[in-house]
Design a protein around this ligand. Structure first.
Ligand SMILES: Cc1cc2nc3c(=O)[nH]c(=O)nc-3n(C[C@H](O)[C@H](O)[C@H](O)COP(=O)(O)OP(=O)(O)OC[C@H]3O[C@@H](n4cnc5c(N)ncnc54)[C@H](O)[C@@H]3O)c2cc1C
Length: 408
């Protein structure tokens, strides 16, 4: 039976994150939106040491970690609930908090127990670390099967060559911490999807160079890097999953990552949408406009109808997202639900933030308030971890029983 009930200590933890979002993130939100490539080190230090937060955002894949601390029995559900709280504070800052991120999710989904311990365990000196995931290339985004980056075995090492773009936290993971980047590369182009494997490249590995950091529309506190791999060598046991090419299985191992990460991106969208909704509610309250929930449709004002519609969209997205995370915690296959949640939440947040600006008029558009920033921060949730269109395509394939070849 589906159960979204949190233990009391988890609820306390979520309250703590809400306080952090309100009192530490919101006050510096505008500043780090404007100073795009600078980092709020003081905030990172606090998050790292006081809350021990980084470890908590690590998705646990399908594993149950009984007794591993707060939220252990519902680890993914807990991760998305904390994600919502912190992105309510600021999505860009949330993404930049030192943690294993999408790279960690890939290791959790496809790594061996020994690799999980080695790459996701405590880092030397307890220093902040970042993890990143490099899939996208100049010639391939949605169609990740078209990857051209290569990994060639040379004795007991892999030699990686290729260019990756738009890598979230790529600069921090490659250069500024004891971090790592999980890189998707093909072992054999002629094997198609089955030839694609992922490799852990630790920070500072020779041959891995950050060549550009993007200037962006939104989530500007988060770095997005272009990284070149030029004869970059990693040990043989840095491959995640089997080195064998299994044409039957395709690239199911590497794709498993998305089952854990899509609900997190959906939760990010919900956090931003909730921020906008709360802002509008407060504004309407100041104007002495209360939402009359029980009133008949024909009695409601246009503003009330719009507000209720925004709330409905947000709640629907949240329920789908919580279900996808709950299934992961229960060890159930959730690819369909993860894509549903991601598609719904990405669309909902773009609509909610735009409608919020519309309702507040010039005040919403002004940089005096954060609404215009939230509208810019919202759109990325409809792009990374599979665009809106791609996630809808996955949902359609799974419901109708088509393969990616039959419906593309
Ligand atoms: C800020 C930011 C951070 C990112 N972080 C990362 C990261 O950490 N790691 C990483 O690997 N990548 C990352 N990305 C890249 C992101 O995942 C890709 O941009 C995304 O997958 C889309 O790929 P593309 O840009 O090549 O667009 P394309 O694949 O060229 O698509 C262009 C448009 O066509 C649509 N489209 C494509 N194929 C179909 C189809 N079959 N049917 C219908 N519509 C279709 C798409 O939905 C999209 O609207 C990031 C991107 C941004 C902007």
């Amino acid at each position: 039976m589906i159960d979204f009930e949190f233990e009391p200590q988890v609820i306390e933890r979520l309250k703590l994150y809400h306080t952090i979002a309100e009192q530490m993130m919101r006050p510096i939100s505008r500043e780090y939106d404007e100073r795009e490539h600078e980092k709020p080190w003081q905030f990172f230090e606090t998050m790292w040491s006081a809350a021990g937060a980084a470890a908590e955002f690590q998705p646990g894949g399908r594993e149950k970690k009984e007794g591993a601390g707060v939220g252990a029995r519902a680890r993914n559900l807990y991760t998305i609930a904390t994600t919502e709280e912190l992105t309510w504070g600021d999505a860009g800052l949330f993404l930049s908090i030192p943690n294993a991120g999408l790279g960690g999710a890939a290791i959790a989904a496809a790594g061996t127990p020994e690799q999980k311990q080695r790459f996701l365990g405590p880092f030397r000196g307890g220093k902040p670390k970042w993890g990143a995931m490099a899939i996208t290339e100049p010639g391939c985004g949605s169609d990740s099967a078209a990857i051209t980056t290569t990994a060639v075995r040379d004795g007991d090492e892999w030699v990686i060559n290729g260019t990756k773009i738009f890598c979230t936290s790529g600069q921090m993971a490659a250069e500024k911490s004891e971090g790592f980047i999980v890189v998707w590369a093909t072992l054999d182009k002629s094997a198609g999807r089955a030839g694609i494997k992922s490799f852990v490249v630790p920070h500072g590995t020779p041959g891995m160079t950050v060549v550009r950091v993007e200037n962006k529309l939104g989530i500007r506190a988060s770095d997005t890097a272009m990284i070149v791999f030029d004869n970059c060598r990693v040990p043989f046991d840095h491959i995640l999953g089997s080195p064998e090419i299994n044409r039957e299985r395709g690239f199911k191992d590497v794709m498993a990552t998305f089952d854990a990460t899509r609900p997190i991106v959906a939760a990010m969208a919900i956090g931003v949408g909730r921020a906008a909704l709360d802002f509008v509610r407060d504004f309407l309250n100041q104007q002495k406009i209360a939402i009359r929930y029980g009133a008949g449709l024909y009695r409601l004002t246009a503003a009330e109808r719009d507000f209720i519609e925004m709330e409905v969209q947000l709640k629907a997205a949240r329920l789908l997202t919580w279900r996808a995370a709950w299934m992961l915690d229960a060890g159930r296959q959730n690819s369909l639900e993860a894509s549903m949640a991601k598609a719904k939440a990405g669309l909902a947040v773009t609509q909610i933030t735009q409608k919020a600006i519309e309702l507040l008029g010039p005040l919403g558009y002004s940089r005096r308030m954060l609404l215009e920033k939230w509208m810019r921060d919202a759109k990325i949730n409809d792009i990374f971890e599979g665009t809106q269109q791609i996630n809808l395509l996955i949902v359609a394939r799974r419901i109708l029983g088509y393969s990616s070849r039959e419906l593309s």
